[in-house]
Write a protein of this length. Structure first.
Lengths: 221, 303
């Protein structure tokens, strides 16, 4: 059993009534920023289930906007996130209840920056722990507690072994790897969680492989 | 091998056999279990205490109105009230505890100690104690370590979460941590420190978690003030050589037992107690978002 720290008892320093409604939500927003490659201009935000009714009262609306502005989880500006987002980010909220297949505290984001659009879905699991359950329609399950690489590729034979081989040559230990694809011979998405960061040159290399569509690197958030 | 904080009795025995003060045992635990350096621990405590002081200041000086409207500058109203029920110091204690917790309800920065729901208690107690007795910050850091030790044991013997053990687990644990800290700061013995924690648990035992509309505002904010007051009354009692009679370990176990047998409507579900009252329900209806698309029971995936 992992023992608690003195700073679990006297801590963490936090904003908002509960870490699942603030810290976790901020982190989901920040993952969105990393996946999009910058702060979005437009965001559609859907709060599900338990979040759907209480997001205002618990301040999760301000938390998600703060996350989308890339603020940290203990940033005092979270309180006034709406003011800070003015002229930068337009957003709208929606509430959906009774989504029985989803975690009680789920938030869905549809983000746009220029021509680039992404979608992701995150779960806030308590204590600031999150799980990104879906990215652009690909099932996933990463936590952003480790260094994460999101690689979209052709569904080509040997692509998984190839990428993991490159990463291991960079002395990166792969903690988890999930692969999901939209259909046979269609686009596949590899999500790789690593214990340490990856070198830029390795990223460049992967980016230049011809069957690789896109590579996103998310450091620990 | 450091002490693993499974009982108060063990904590006392360990400190005696190793010739250490109570807070030094906590320090060694953190060093060994978390690989933290001593200077990191002190600076972490200093940061936490600074955030606590700031929260008290913010809560008693700035606009503190929560989104729901249920929290409306209570701390400032107390601080500025013409009426002083007991003494200016008591008023300070109450307004400080309210203020720090109001900051939390209004999306400001606090230290969860041990949880966000109870985040006004330690700040209220220690800033007031420090101003009355002119204590050094270092003494407060040591008291925080002792509070952490208390919480580590309560976490094992009972719980620190309202959803698991009711409000006694949150505000009750914080009050026990604070009262142990007060006694330490005023030079009490180990037995007196533990008696204070035990007496505090006795006073907070059975408190249910029943937040109106599920928001950590009512009754949470006023309970931070009452818990701060109880921490002080227990410290006063214990420092005067009055025993808790039931040893603190057994008090903690009682808290665990009571928490376990509490029905789930009293555990942060907002279905019992104050949350279930007529006004509580009406407030929930007004505050919570009603404009929700309800999916058919066969869940349709987001397209
Ligand atoms: S009533 Fe519940 S939510 Fe409020 S402080 Fe107590 S335990 Fe926390």
């Amino acid at each position: 059993m992992e023992r608690s720290s003195v700073f679990d008892m006297i801590g963490p320093v936090m904003i908002g009534p509960s870490s699942s409604h603030t810290a976790g939500v901020v982190r989901i927003g920040r993952v969105g920023v990393k996946l999009l490659g910058g702060v979005p201009d437009e965001a559609e935000i859907i709060f599900y289930n338990s979040f759907a009714q209480t997001y205002e009262g618990h301040g999760s609306d301000r938390a998600i906007v703060a996350g989308l502005m890339d603020f940290d989880t203990d940033d005092a500006r979270i309180k006034d996130a709406f003011d800070h987002a003015k002229d930068k980010l337009t957003y709208k909220f929606r509430s959906v209840g009774n989504a029985s297949t989803k975690h009680p505290n789920t938030v869905f984001l549809r983000l746009k920056k220029g021509d680039k659009k992404i979608e992701l879905e995150g779960e806030s699991r308590g204590g600031g722990v999150i799980r990104i359950s879906n990215f652009n329609g690909f099932a996933s399950g990463f936590t952003a507690n480790l260094h994460t690489l999101v690689v979209t590729t052709d569904d080509a034979q040997g692509s998984i072994a190839f990428i993991s081989d490159i990463i291991s040559h960079d002395d990166c230990n792969i903690a988890t790897m999930t692969v999901s694809r939209k259909g046979k011979n269609d686009v596949a998405c590899q999500i790789i969680e690593m214990d340490s960061g990856i070198n830029d040159i390795t990223l460049q290399y992967i980016r230049h492989i011809k069957w690789v569509h896109d590579v996103i690197y998310i450091p620990v958030i | 091998m450091c002490f693993l904080f499974d009982s108060f009795e063990g904590w006392k025995t360990y400190s005696q056999t190793h010739n250490q003060q109570l807070h030094e045992v906590v320090l060694d635990y953190e060093k060994e279990q978390k690989g933290a350096s001593e200077s990191d621990i002190w600076s972490g405590l200093a940061k936490a205490y600074q955030v606590m002081k700031d929260a008290v200041h913010t809560g008693t000086t700035e606009e503190m109105k929560s989104r729901s409207g249920m929290i409306d500058n209570g701390a400032k109203k107390v601080a500025n009230s013409d009426i002083t029920v007991l003494s200016p110091e008591f008023k300070l204690l109450i307004s400080s505890a309210l203020g720090a917790k109001e900051v939390n309800s209004c999306m400001g920065r606090v230290v969860a100690a041990p949880t966000a729901g109870a985040s006004g208690i330690l700040p209220g107690v220690f800033t007031t104690l420090q101003s009355i007795h002119h204590l050094e910050d270092q003494t407060i850091y040591e008291a925080l370590l002792i509070g952490a030790g208390v919480a580590l044991i309560l976490e094992q013997k009972a719980s620190l979460a309202g959803a698991v053990g009711g409000c006694q687990a949150e505000t009750g644990s914080a009050a026990a941590m604070a009262s142990a800290g007060i006694v330490y700061c005023l030079g009490g013995s180990t037995d007196q420190i533990f008696n204070a924690a035990g007496i505090t648990i006795q006073c907070m035992l059975g408190l249910v978690c029943d937040p109106v509309a599920g928001l950590v505002e009512v009754p949470c904010v006023v309970r931070n003030a009452s818990a701060a007051a109880i921490a002080n009354s227990s410290a006063q009692i214990a420092l005067s050589h009055v025993s808790s009679v039931i040893p603190v370990d057994e008090c903690a176990e009682a808290m665990g037992e009571v928490g376990q047998s509490m029905e789930s409507r009293y555990k942060e579900t907002a279905q019992g107690g104050l949350a279930a009252t007529k006004t509580g329900q009406a407030l929930a209806k007004k505050i919570l978002i009603q404009d929700i698309e309800i999916l058919p029971s066969q869940d349709a995936e987001e397209d």
